[in-house]
Ligand binder design. Structure first.
Ligand code: NDP
Ligand code: 2IT
Length: 450
């Protein structure tokens, strides 16, 4: 019989190991701490998880790959970036998760994202393990040729580690349809395989309808369920959205379709406030086609105002806030302001956008909160649907995929709610962590020493 200690001591012990073994990786520590602290009642009910060292195993990636990415810029100079793929957990399916290209990327960011991905993918109900990758490459200001050469060089190493049945990357910050296209082309050239090794592909070569819209739409579908629980809806609500990338744009589109007015969007330089409602067509053209900065919006819309700095976006009065830019973009002060201004629901389109202190403020003030693992799971869920279509060599209609996505988001919301009630934790954030964790932990137990 293995000696079992109290759940809180066990959590403390594992957190200590994580901090010691992964020093100077604050985002990873934050993500682990949040999950571990919220599963305390599960550990109390299931001492077998501690007996089998499930936590010690789940916080350690199965595999971490770091590689050189050399590429030639337009001036002929050779540049070198660093590439990453962290294959975190394959208990419930092949590794699955996005690639992020952003100068802030280092191993700690990839590990926090890969760790969260394990539980998010579990919540989707599909067969997908957790992984994440990327590079400290900065796509801003690069020419089309430079982007292509970088993506090709990135794939020149990544291809050895991925596969349609082993590890399936997709997009994240700085990686959209264009980059996935270049990487897929290089994969095909290197391996000769035309298969579902990447998701988020173009519609002409195996991509799925709705994948582009999926994360933003899914986030709004999840939030709609939270609003239903409060006997209200998006109709007539004022919504603040941060970011103006893939997730933010389609969160805007769906919230607007459901009758809300979206009054803000942002990028890393600043935010726009349009009291008449941000025009989605202008945003799509500026961001998806012309790849311009958000401040350009005000030159076309006189009702809008631009402010430098992205943090003050949370001072804008709203009923619903959808942080869709990046980690830790919404802190305690911002949360208090949102509460004071009457905000009733927050759904995280981004990964870990609210600091732990901000989450506490929301929960203790009865604001409904959908954490990223639950609220933004629609993206990876639809990636899972793309994998299914690729395996079948079939393409489903927009309506079919959208309906499946909607059902998945409704089911995730129910799973979070049920877990929260069963374990008496009283909020969807802990509920998401518990529901996501249980499935993976059980699978690990069944598979022996993995
Ligand atoms: P995009 O690259 O399309 O857009 C990112 C947006 O966030 C841009 O407006 C960008 O502004 C802003 N942003 C990025 N970094 C920062 C920063 N450090 N400070 C302020 N603003 C910043 O990415 P996505 O829309 O795909 O991703 C947004 C978030 O959603 C990320 O947290 C991602 O992990 C998460 N997510 C994405 C999914 C997907 O399917 N794409 C799925 C689930 C989650 P700028 O142009 O100035 O950099
Ligand atoms: O954070 C995420 O879930 C994503 N970036 C999407 C991952 C995917 O494999 O579609």
């Amino acid at each position: 019989m293995v000696h079992v200690i109290k759940a809180d001591k066990y959590i403390e012990k594992v957190l200590e190991i994580v901090k010691k073994r992964n020093p100077v990786e604050p985002e990873f520590h934050q993500a682990v701490e949040e999950v571990l602290n919220s599963i305390k009642p599960v550990l109390e009910k299931h001492p077998e998880f501690e007996e089998s060292s499930i936590l010690e195993r789940i916080v350690e990636p199965e595999r971490q790959i770091i590689f050189r990415v050399p590429w030639q810029d337009d001036g002929g100079k050779i540049q070198v970036n660093r590439g990453f793929r962290v294959q975190f957990n394959s208990a419930i399916g092949p590794y699955k998760g996005g690639l992020r290209f952003h100068p802030s990327v280092y191993i700690g960011i990839i590990k926090f994202l890969g760790f969260e991905q394990i539980f998010k993918n579990s919540l989707t109900g599909l067969m997908m393990g957790g992984a994440k990758g990327g590079s400290d490459f900065d796509p801003k200001g690069k020419s089309e040729g430079e982007i292509m050469r970088f993506c090709q060089s990135f794939m020149n190493e990544l291809y050895r580690h991925i596969g349609a049945d082993t590890d399936v990357p997709a997009g994240d910050i700085g990686v959209g349809g264009r980059e996935i296209g270049y990487m897929f082309g290089q994969w095909k050239k290197l391996t000769g395989l035309f298969n579902g090794v990447l998701t988020g592909k173009g519609l002409d070569f195996g991509g799925s309808l709705v994948r582009t819209e999926a994360t933003g739409y899914g986030c709004v579908y999840f939030c709609e369920e939270m609003l239903k629980d409060r006997r209200t809806s998006f109709d007539g609500k004022t919504v603040v959205i941060s970011g103006s990338g893939n997730v933010a744009i389609y969160a805007h589109e769906k919230a607007t379709q459901l009758g809300a007015k979206v009054v803000t969007m942002s990028d890393s330089n600043g935010f726009i406030y349009d009291e008449e409602g941000v025009n989605i067509h202008t945003i799509k053209r500026l961001k998806e086609v012309e790849r311009k900065r958000i401040k350009e919006y005000v030159t076309e819309h006189k009702s809008a105002k631009y402010s430098e700095g992205y943090k003050d976006i949370w001072n804008i009065k709203c009923d619903v806030a959808l942080p869709c830019a990046t980690q830790n973009e919404l802190d305690e002060k911002a949360a208090k302001t949102l509460v004071k201004n009457g905000c009733i629901a927050v759904a995280e389109g981004a990964n870990m956008p609210c600091t732990p202190e901000a989450l506490k403020v929301f929960i203790s003030n009865n604001v409904s909160v959908g954490c990223g693992k639950a609220a933004n799971a629609g993206g990876v869920a639809t990636s899972g649907l793309e994998m299914s279509q690729n395996s079948q060599r079939l393409s489903w209609t927009f309506e079919e995929v959208d309906k499946k996505l909607h059902n998945i988001m409704i089911n995730i919301h129910s799973a979070c709610k049920e877990a929260s009630e069963e374990y008496g934790v009283g909020n969807l954030v802990c509920g998401a962590n518990i529901a996501g964790f249980l499935k993976v932990a059980r699978a690990m137990m069944s598979q022996g020493l993995v």
